[in-house]
Design a protein around this ligand. Structure first.
Ligand code: SF4
Ligand code: SF4
Length: 439
């Protein structure tokens, strides 16, 4: 039996709402609201002006910063505005608003046909960078940076993170069933670019059909497809690497410190599109689900489409949602409005009906210890929350390994006192970062 990681939880996966639903293409939005920052790293700056006519796939915002990701027009039309707009992660952000001209016309030269096997690693890195590809599991780290590890970090394994361990989300599940060729090509391209021969695809065993489909798709490539025990947070990079390679990413370290690069299913397909056809990242598959949604779906949607348009495409609400979440219920972020754009990292939008969310009134810690048992990082979440409450972030960092927290939410899920442990931890991290910056 496959080794597992310590701690973790078994929430109801609630994937049945959409697991059997093939991906359907959402209508093009009347206007696309495209933020200049949809990624981890430096924001881009607009290179178009109000009134400009743009085509689908055209570069509209960029920067020289290495850790960043270009932004492209997801529809063709007229730039109606450039200004501050609500953003699902940053609160507000500069966005380029494109009014759809209904033509859906590609920028000149796209899509093209290119044989990736003839390209050098540097050429591939440049293409991935130009295409603005980021980790589509939600972390949105620029993929070209992952493809260029420092010379002293020898990479010996590429891992495709296909765990999709967050409840409700089924976008990767459906892509594995429907887009096997693109995923395989993307993985081959990334492995060649990194110069690795060992590849592993890790899929939770609650997706038997995906394991079967990926096993067939990767047959003969030398890449192993591995079924993993279903346990949250199996898809967290550190857990995935530990289970698949037996190596532990050191405290404060990165996967590359143990010779691993991890990428997500949607990202692999996007890499394939960019390298073989020159197509930048302008659309993605996302899951729209939750009991407040009339017809939960997996949709292929253009970046910049609003949550509201996507929800309308799913029949709207059956009841007033109690909570709207960007991403999964464990690590996602609650949103107060649906007038927000879908961005490159939007793996799901959930609308919970009354009583569906794991919420309640917070009360003091009763020292039951459940959160300690659940924490996959071996931390003391109870203590971290108490230190957060008392503003003792320095102690949280120095004595309780604050920075090792991966914000998986397993502690919150198990807490009978409904303590907002992750919020306290995020607060402590932010305070600690601010203190370091001030120094
Ligand atoms: S303390 Fe952090 S890593 Fe541990 S369970 Fe809570 S959120 Fe996850
Ligand atoms: S699970 Fe909640 S109540 Fe129990 S020790 Fe942890 S923080 Fe305290």
């Amino acid at each position: 039996m496959m080794k597992s990681f310590r701690g973790g939880i078994h929430p109801n996966d609630s994937k049945s709402y959409t697991a059997d639903k093939p991906v359907v293409t959402a209508p093009l939005p009347g206007k696309a609201i495209i933020p200049v920052q949809q990624h981890a790293g430096a924001p881009c700056a607009p290179i178009v002006a109000k009134g400009d006519l743009v085509k689908k796939g055209q570069l509209i915002a960029t920067t020289d910063a290495f850790v960043s990701a270009n932004v492209h027009a997801s529809i063709s039309g007229k730039v109606a505005d450039i200004g501050e707009y609500p953003h699902p992660i940053f609160g507000t952000c500069t966005a380029i608003v494109i009014e759809n001209d209904g033509q859906d016309e590609w920028v000149e030269g796209l899509p093209l046909k290119r044989d990736w096997q003839t390209l050098s690693a540097d050429e591939v890195r440049k293409i991935i960078r130009e295409a603005g590809i980021v980790g589509m599991g939600g972390a949105t780290f620029p993929t070209h940076v992952k493809m260029a590890p420092p010379a002293d970090k020898k990479i010996d394994v590429f891992i495709l993170n296909a765990a999709e361990c967050e409840p409700y989300l089924t976008a990767d599940h459906r892509m594995m069933l429907e887009e096997g060729d693109r995923i395989v090509t993307g993985v081959k391209i990334m492995m060649k670019t990194l110069g690795v021969t060992k590849g592993i695809v890790g899929i939770e065993d609650n997706k038997k059909d995906s394991i079967e489909a990926m096993t067939k798709a990767f047959a003969g490539t030398g890449v192993d497809v591995v079924g993993l025990p279903t346990k949250y947070p199996q898809g967290a990079e550190k857990m995935l690497i530990a289970v698949l390679t037996g190596k532990e990413v050191p405290s404060g370290g990165l996967p590359m410190d143990v010779g691993a690069v991890v990428s997500n299913v949607g990202t692999a397909a996007a890499v394939c599109d960019a390298v073989t056809q020159g197509i930048p990242l302008i659309e993605r598959v996302t899951t729209i689900s939750g009991k407040a949604i009339k017809e939960p779906k997996n949709i292929l949607v253009r970046v910049g489409t609003t949550f509201s348009d996507a929800i309308d495409f799913c029949g709207g609400f059956v009841s007033q949602p109690e909570k709207i979440i960007l991403g999964g219920p464990m690590m996602g972020t609650a949103q107060s409005t649906i007038d927000l754009p879908i961005i490159k990292g939007t793996s799901g939008i959930l609308a919970f009906a009354e009583g569906e969310a794991n919420t309640g009134v917070e009360s003091p810690c009763i020292r039951c210890g459940r959160c300690l048992d659940a924490c996959p990082m071996g931390l003391n979440p109870s203590m971290l929350s108490i230190l957060g409450e008392r503003d003792l972030y320095h102690e949280a960092k120095e004595d309780y390994a604050l920075l090792d927290c991966i914000e998986c939410g397993s502690c919150v899920y198990t807490c009978p006192a409904k303590r907002n442990i992750v919020q306290y931890i995020k607060y402590c991290k932010a305070q600690s970062r601010a203190q370091s910056a001030a120094k």
